[in-house]
Write a protein that binds this ligand. Structure first.
Ligand SMILES: Nc1ncnc2c1ncn2[C@@H]1O[C@H](COP(=O)(O)OP(=O)(O)O)[C@@H](O)[C@H]1O
Ligand SMILES: [Mg+2]
Length: 413
């Protein structure tokens, strides 16, 4: 018997890890693969001093904190460099690739990013060479002129944004100047607004698995992910969104990412493809929450069991090479996505799931009916909602998970 050890590197996440651990316990997998009989041990990664030469006890880590918690990030980097750990997502890519990089990559690859400018920040942290640098090289610019070029309305938002922090909708020059004055040290984009869009989709990618969610940005947090299956997308829409997400996720080495696109007049505009620690909370995902848990189980078990090699360096040339080939934009996007499918081993993954995880859905449908699962939901709700609303919202999210169960059973029958 060979054991693969999976570590969960966590911060505020409560609900999905409980569900992941319990479903894995119930599955009690024993996978005959590559001449071994493989089982799995799950535990949570702790934070403590470490010797850079001490061995890493894990084969794979699902990481949820390295974008802000640096001890964990550096432990993970050490474990990749020294111990050949597989982790998602790639910590170097998380550290160095911001929204700005995704916009540039997509624009270069021919994906229609709305017109986007970067402007130097209004103010800076004091630094020894700051004044010399700015005196010599910072050109005065006319913000009004840039505003006119981007057009109104547009969005002013941080180049490395997340969680809607610092996002402003700008309707006129006066508001633009005022918002810039107030923007402090933030490095900002001005981005043309996709006005009058008729669909807003969040495509969640986990390895070669994708879930399309219709998103309503003006609803309260617990209603933004709409409870609709695929009825809001044609097959062509779905294929295009999937190809775009696969392209960018594989380009940046993100196994787990969420990609936001707006649709208007037959065109899907990407506006936010840099979410390499996607929202996984039952309090926002509700109906879609079981999908995240199951997708995590499938991908982590596949990667750990097959000892999938982690791609430690990003290799962009094959995508750029395709720019030289004569083909339509849509064909080129499909060709980028094929590189992604190769890198993510889509075919092998599907075969693996069919062979070893065929019973997962059934186990999950039963699990998401238990008091244990409901308690996990309550747990997360209690950490975010005032005490007098905990029961009401637990019931709301539980009911939506119930609807997921029903839809699963219907699909299976
Ligand atoms: N170019 C745009 N056109 C229309 N709406 C936008 C645009 N950019 C941002 N928004 C709106 O602002 C929200 C937050 O912007 P986003 O780029 O997703 O930042 P964050 O990284 O903080 O999620 C989006 O969900 C969308 O509702
Ligand atoms: Mg966003």
């Amino acid at each position: 018997m060979a054991t693969r050890r999976i570590g969960l590197s966590l911060g505020a996440d409560l609900c999905w890890p409980i569900c992941y651990e319990e479903i894995m316990r119930q599955l009690n997998l024993s996978i005959d693969y590559g001449g071994e009989s493989i089982n799995f041990e799950i535990s949570r990664v702790t934070i403590e001093p470490f010797n850079i030469r001490q061995p890493c006890p894990y084969d794979l880590v699902i990481d949820r904190v390295t974008h802000w918690y640096h001890t964990s990030r550096e432990w993970i980097k050490k474990s990749i460099l020294m111990d050949d750990l597989y982790v998602y997502n790639n910590p170097w890519s998380i550290q160095s690739m911001e929204k700005q990089s995704t916009y540039c990559a997509m624009a270069k690859l021919g994906i229609p990013v709305p017109d986007t400018w970067m402007i130097p920040p209004k103010s800076y942290d004091e630094q020894a060479d700051l004044d010399d640098t700015l005196d010599r090289y910072a050109r005065l610019f006319d913000l009004g002129d840039i505003g006119r070029q981007v057009g109104y309305p547009h969005y002013m938002k941080p180049y490395d944004g997340g969680a809607w922090k610092g996002v402003n909708r700008i309707d006129n020059e006066e508001k633009l100047r005022e918002t810039y004055e107030d923007s402090g040290k933030l490095l900002m984009h001005l981005q043309a607004s996709v006005e009058g869009f008729d669909r807003f989709v969040r495509c969640i990618g986990l390895g070669p698995q994708f879930r399309m969610v219709s998103y309503n940005p003006s609803a309260p947090l617990h209603d933004r992910y709409e409870i609709r299956d695929d009825d809001f997308l044609t097959d062509d829409d779905r294929a295009q969104l999937e190809d775009t997400a696969m392209t960018i996720n594989s380009f940046f080495g993100w196994d787990f990412n969420s990609c936001e696109s707006l649709h208007r007049d037959g065109i899907w505009y990407p506006i936010d493809f840099a979410n390499a620690c996607p929202d996984s909370q039952v309090t926002s995902l509700h109906y879609h929450f079981p999908w995240i848990v199951l997708a995590n189980i499938r991908w982590s078990v596949f990667c750990a069991a097959t000892r999938r090699t982690m791609r430690k360096n990003l290799d962009w040339q094959p995508y750029y090479d395709l720019l030289q080939e004569p083909m339509s934009d849509r064909e080129r996007l499909a060709a980028y996505a094929r590189i992604g499918h190769q890198r993510m081993q889509t075919e092998r993954f599907r075969e693996f799931c069919d062979q070893y995880l065929g019973h997962l859905d059934e186990v999950a449908v039963e699990f998401f009916e238990t008091e244990f699962a409901k308690d996990a939901v309550r747990n997360k709700v209690a950490s975010l909602f005032p005490a007098n609303e905990v029961e009401e919202f637990t019931e709301l999210f539980w009911e939506r998970i119930g609807q997921w169960r029903k839809d699963q059973l219907q699909k299976a029958s």
